[in-house]
Design a protein. Sequence first.
Length: 254
Amino acid sequence: MASRDTTTLCLFDVDGTLTASRKEILPEIERFLEQLKERVVVGLVGGSDQKKIVEQMGGHEEETLNKFDYVFSENGLVAYKHGKLIAKEDIIKYMGDDKLQMFINYALGYMSKLRIPVKRGTFIEFRNGMINVCPVGRSCSQAERDQFAEYDKVHHIREAFVEDLRKQFPDLGLSYSIGGQISFDVFPDGWDKRYCLRHLENEGFKTIHFFGDKTMPGGNDHEIYEDPRTIGHKVTSPEDTRKQCHAMFFNLNK
C-alpha cells in the first residue's frame, strides 16, 4: 500500500458532493472516504451548522469529528482539527444586533409577500457565523423541499431575493451564497468557504483539492473553487465525486 501523502489535502463540500441534498451519506461513499484517508489528508467544509453536517455524516458527533482530519462547518467559522475545536467566529460580535435586526426584519417582510407553492416554518435560521434565509421554511418535508427546488429553477425566487437584498443593504458588507435546494446564506464579506483556508495556511500542504457541486457564480462553492490556493473540481453527485477521486488517487486507468 502506498504511504499516506500528508502534503495533499482533499477538501469536500457536503450537500450534493458527498451526500444528496440534506440526506445521509451512503455506505459506499463512506467506505470510499475511509480508503481515501489512507492515501491523503481528508477534510469537510460545509455552509451548514455542525449539527446538520454530523447528521449527514451518520449522526454521531464525536465519530464524525474524529473520522476526518478537518471538519469546517459554517464555511470554517467553526473549525475542528483531529476532533478538537481550533477556532470559532461569531456574526453578532462582527455586526452588532442593531444591523442584524434591521436585516432580519426586512427579510421577513419580503418573504411575507412571496407567493410560492407552500410555506412552513423557520424562515430565518441564525448560526454562529451566518444567517440562513429560507423562503419555503426549513421545517418543510422532503417532498416540499423538492417541490420548491423545482419551482425555484423556473421562477428564480432565491436569485431575485438576493438581488433585492443587495440593493437594500449595499453598505452592510454582506455576501450572499445560494446553496442546496431551498435557502441561501448571508455572511460578512470574506466569510464564504474560502474562510476555512486560513486554518490551513500553516499546515504544510503543497496541494489542496476542493470538490464541490455549486461552483457557478453565486453558488456557495464558487469562491473556494476559483481560489488560487486550491485546485477546484466540479462534481455532479456523490458518485461523480468518488469516480473523480478514484481516477486521481487510485490509478484505476493504469
